[in-house]
Design a protein around this ligand. Structure first.
Ligand code: NAP
Length: 260
């Protein structure tokens, strides 16, 4: 299937590692030009180098997405260096465990800044360029917005808002043909996930407890499997798909927990 992504300029927040890096590599495989936006400068530069060494066009922009100025300059730099913007992938986030008791009002707002505000800010600054290119937006949410997790109010509030904004932006941007969709991961082995596992006394046992509950294959979703759906939904093959929440989770959220 030709996804017709060749030459498309795709901005991926949090693109240096984990799910974002898989999306970046997927874009490169389709001859799209991925721009990695990340605060991890070493990993971002390394990934750009890896792609350039393989003969691909790619970019890296070092940014702290909690800064409104960095969100704005990221879009400006992309337009200056690459001349257009076709797809915004809002992916960066961190499950920072700001709970009802472990957090406080100030920390809660901080979590929203890390997980939500930059989704809006990036879309706000990108929308003029997306109108020109008839582009699209793909957001990454989390199953925790549907299931809860406990002890992580800020992260879950942000992910719930991202689902709502997907519908809201899909409606607002209908007149311009800009599609907006969200991919919802559940359990994906990434540096962020490893950090979270490490907070348990026996990470291996915790991982086993989780994977046996994943209906399809009793295994984690891979970053490449998330990336494949992100690439499809940004592509010409998904031209009549908008405002959707797409679950790539081996049935984790919706299938019967009583399954053997
Ligand atoms: P990851 O392994 O931590 O990779 C995320 C990248 O984004 C890191 O390089 C991180 O840099 C960067 N980043 C985070 N906040 C940033 C900021 N404010 N400014 C600039 N860069 C920033 O995470 P992941 O597991 O791939 O998660 C990607 C997305 O998927 C997140 O939105 C997450 O909520 C969602 N998700 C993941 C899972 C899962 O199982 N992994 C499940 C559900 C949802 P640092 O490392 O320096 O922080």
């Amino acid at each position: 299937m030709d996804l017709q992504l060749k030459g498309k300029v795709v901005l991926v927040t949090g693109g240096a590692k984990g799910i974002g890096a898989a999306i970046v590599r997927g874009c490169a495989a389709e001859e799209a030009v991925a721009i990695i936006v990340d605060q991890d400068v070493e990993s971002g530069r390394q990934l750009r180098l890896e792609l350039e060494s393989a003969g691909k066009r790619a970019g890296f922009i070092s940014a702290d997405l909690t800064s409104v100025g960095d969100c704005s300059s990221t879009v400006q730099q992309t337009l200056r260096d690459f001349g257009r913007l076709d797809v915004l992938v809002n992916n960066a986030g961190i499950n920072d465990r700001i709970g009802l008791e472990s957090g406080d009002p100030e920390k809660f707002v901080g979590s929203l800044q890390r997980n939500l505000h930059h989704y809006y800010n990036m879309a706000h600054f990108a929308v003029a360029a997306l109108k020109k290119s008839h582009g699209c937006i793909v957001n990454i949410a989390s199953k925790t917005a549907f299931t809860g997790q406990g002890g992580t109010s800020g992260y879950v509030a942000a992910k719930g808002a991202i689902l709502a904004l997907t519908r809201e932006w899909a409606v607002e941007l209908l007149p311009y043909g800009i599609r907006v969709n969200t991919v919802v991961p559940a359990e994906v082995m990434t540096p962020l996930y490893r950090q979270w596992l490490a907070t348990f006394p026996d990470p291996e046992e915790k991982l086993r407890e989780i994977t046996v509950k994943i209906p399809l294959g009793k295994r984690m979703t891979t970053p490449d499997e998330i990336a494949a759906t992100v690439l499809f939904v940004m592509s010409a093959k998904a031209h009549h798909v908008t405002g959707q929440h797409l679950f790539v989770d081996g049935g984790y959220v919706h299938l019967d927990r009583a399954l053997p």
